[in-house]
Design a protein around this ligand. Structure first.
Ligand SMILES: O=c1[nH]c(=O)c2[nH]c(=O)[nH]c2[nH]1
Length: 309
């Protein structure tokens, strides 16, 4: 809906506006005795105001400068600390709505820089470092918090991206359309590799443990891809793996109302040793060419059915 019609031009209509600061990088350190904890985020704040006088009449009197929005990120982190990207997004968006009566909408977008504690020793006996971290992220954590003035709760969506996985068996793709355009043979055992991009929308609930949900979704994605440590889990297609994963997440996590995933199918092509028969014996496929482009790309969004009762 266009905002504030009386101010609009007769020929054109401003449909939407927002403005803010992007790329606000912050590291927050908690010293709990000798054990330190860090949270590093890159934050974007975006505000929408109740008039268009800033855009249309060059009247800046209502503008909360993007520089002040940037300062707010640091000031609120200092005053209240940082628990999770979602909690910090809620804190910032409610601050903008409650402090400024003319802000109608506040959006906060956060991407986390994933620091892991340095550890020594083998897997079972590893010891965690008190204050040194290593940047070995397996994925990127993101969130988007939107608070409209008239809403009781913010709309929160969160996600995992850049989670790159590969398995060497327990993946097939068979019985697809067989016509004059097809050249791909049925594969009953292939390499499956993808870079998971997943996001989910929370049901309104002020008491969500966002870090627990994030870990749980991440584990579900990894388990439905990889399966049991020894036996694995069969994938009949990327499509089916997406559906099974999304269903598992909605079954396990009541606070999520819908989830979507985009999985590129990163192809690994068998190297053709046929021309080298005289020097290479190839009865088992062990050498592949990782294909950068093109890749398949498969998407599905799963919602809860709204009960009609
Ligand atoms: O899991 C798959 N789904 C497809 O739709 C598809 N298409 C293709 O060429 N390979 C695959 N694999």
């Amino acid at each position: 809906m266009p905002i504030n019609n009386q101010m609009q031009d007769s020929k054109f209509v401003i449909d939407k506006t927002n403005y803010g600061k992007t790329g606000v990088k912050i590291l927050h350190l908690v010293r709990n005795g000798l054990v330190h904890t860090v949270k590093e985020y890159e934050v974007t704040t975006l505000l929408t105001l109740d008039t268009l006088k800033d855009f249309m009449q060059a009247d800046n009197s209502d503008i909360i400068a993007t520089d002040s929005q940037k300062n707010t990120v640091y000031i609120l982190a200092k005053k209240y600390g940082i628990k999770s990207p979602e909690d910090f997004g809620i804190l910032l968006s409610s601050h903008f709505i409650t402090k400024y009566a003319h802000v109608t909408k506040a959006v906060v977008n956060i991407q986390e820089v994933m620091w892991n504690r340095v550890s020594y020793g083998d897997h079972a006996n590893s010891k965690l470092h008190n204050h040194a971290f290593i940047h070995t992220p397996i994925c990127t954590r993101i969130t988007n918090v939107v608070l409209n003035r008239e809403d009781k709760y913010p709309s929160i969506s969160s996600g995992i991206k850049d989670l790159r996985v590969l398995k060497t068996t327990q993946s097939s793709f068979m019985n697809f359309v067989n016509d004059e355009y097809r050249s791909l043979p049925d594969a009953d055992d292939r390499i499956f590799s993808t870079i998971v991009d997943c996001s989910w929308i929370y049901s309104p609930n002020p008491n969500v443990d966002f870090c627990k949900v994030f870990d749980s979704v991440k584990n579900s994605i990894i388990f439905n891809f990889a399966g049991d440590l020894e036996k694995g889990i069969a994938s009949a297609s990327v499509q089916n793996t997406i559906y099974i994963t999304e269903k598992d997440v909605l079954e396990k996590i009541k606070d999520i109302k819908s989830i979507e995933m985009t999985l590129p199918n990163k192809h690994y092509i068998n190297f053709n040793f046929a021309p080298f028969k005289s020097i290479v014996y190839d009865d088992e496929q062990t050498v592949f060419i990782p294909l950068d482009k093109p890749s398949g790309v498969i998407y599905a969004k799963l919602d809860r059915k709204i009960s009609k009762l």
